[in-house]
Design a protein around this ligand. Structure first.
Ligand SMILES: NC(=O)c1ccc[n+]([C@@H]2O[C@H](COP(=O)([O-])OP(=O)(O)OC[C@H]3O[C@@H](n4cnc5c(N)ncnc54)[C@H](O)[C@@H]3O)[C@@H](O)[C@H]2O)c1
Length: 343
């Protein structure tokens, strides 16, 4: 076993990055935070407390940070529309990259960055944590093992009462900011290449958002397996529902408050002839989902370390994220053209 400690410069340290800085601090045998980059001074306050770094390690640009400090990894945690240029700068400097979702807000950019990383011999990982929240890994394993027979269909309905539009990034809003998570989670469960997409990316009449908060899509796979996805970030009330329909059972997940809500998982075995089939019900609490946040961050960084140092595959590598990007791009094109997109 190697005991290499990867030195990390983090860019965009005032929001979501704090979770990553905490994860790095919890893994001192694998990572060391060595630099912080942001464009507003207050962003550094908490980041300095978490990392123990001083003013001398804080910079207004990645260019300055790279010139002043040795590092192995650049973490890109800025708003999504800024990810590509920071990833390109880091890769050109020969650094591994860990980037928040959305990987990019454009498929061609994502493909270009993956190729650049390969050509430069550095690793690139997208922190797709949604797929790791309970019960998705459980559903994924049940599908992979055919515990309830062959998978036929998945339905995901996700209404988020976010209240305000995303304050950063490019339109369309829900597609890049949330569907980038949820489509990734759906693909992680189906575990087949997506073949065909129909999509609608829209601002419903009642919404005052300046960029589309609502996405509907149908994604077809070999089998056939079909996924239907309806989601918005501008709902009046939170509700999420996921239904996995297999040959021998329906598995459903339902939650009604916030993202880290109490949920109910129901397993309803196939009961031919029974008009009211009985289900086994497994409630699981917000705490069960929420308490795992820090654990999930640490597991993502550990997987990245294994990827960068030991050469292990990472399910969240940039290349492994391209199918998600292709589906998002296909939803957009399908919506714009009113057509069916073959992948
Ligand atoms: N995986 C998750 O669970 C999760 C949750 C929230 C956000 N995110 C993602 O994390 C990223 C950041 O989200 P956030 O909510 O922290 O955003 P944010 O708007 O709070 O911005 C994060 C930081 O980036 C800084 N910043 C802005 N422009 C910059 C620039 N040009 N150069 C350097 N720094 C700059 C801001 O000052 C801020 O400190 C986004 O891609 C978002 O989609 C992921």
């Amino acid at each position: 076993m190697t005991d290499q400690v990867l030195r990390v410069i983090s860019v965009g340290v005032g929001g979501r990055a704090r979770s990553h800085l905490n994860a790095l601090a919890a893994l001192p045998e694998k990572f060391q935070s060595v630099g912080l980059v942001d464009v507003v001074e207050p962003a550094f306050h908490v980041a300095r407390q978490i990392t123990g770094l001083t003013d001398a390690a804080c910079f207004g640009s990645l260019t300055e940070a790279l010139a002043a400090i040795e590092c192995d990894v650049v973490g890109v945690f800025t708003p999504g529309h800024l990810h590509t240029s920071y990833m390109e700068e880091a890769i050109a400097a020969g650094k591994h990259v860990v980037v928040e979702k959305p990987f990019t807000c454009d498929l061609a950019e994502a493909e270009r960055v993956v190729d650049l990383a390969d050509a430069r011999g550095v690793k690139l990982v997208v922190t797709q944590n949604d797929r790791l929240f309970h019960p998705y890994p459980w559903l994924r394993e049940a599908i992979a093992q055919r515990r309830y027979g062959a998978l036929g269909a998945i339905t995901m309905v996700h209404h988020n009462a976010r209240g305000v539009p995303f304050n950063n990034g490019e339109p369309p809003m829900h597609l890049w900011h949330q569907a980038s998570h949820q489509v990734d989670t759906l693909l992680s469960m189906v575990q087949l290449p997506p073949r065909r997409v129909r999509g609608v990316n829209v601002t419903p009449q009642h919404s005052a958002w300046h960029a589309e908060p609502h996405v509907c899509a149908i994604i077809e796979f070999d089998g056939p397996v079909v996924v239907s996805y309806t989601a918005t970030s501008d709902a009046q009330a939170y509700e999420m529902y996921v239904r996995v329909e297999c040959a021998q059972a329906a598995l459903t997940v339902h939650g009604t408050s916030t993202n880290s809500t109490d949920c109910i998982l129901r397993v309803t075995p196939r009961q031919p002839g029974n008009r009211y089939p009985r289900a086994e019900v497994f409630p699981f609490g917000a705490s069960e989902r929420h308490i795992h946040w820090a654990e999930i961050e640490r597991s993502m960084w550990t997987a990245f370390w294994d990827h960068a140092v030991l050469g292990a595959d990472d399910e969240c590598s940039g290349r492994n994220n391209l199918p998600t990007m292709r589906v998002l791009d296909a939803i957009l094109r399908s919506s714009q053209e009113g057509s069916v997109i073959d992948l």
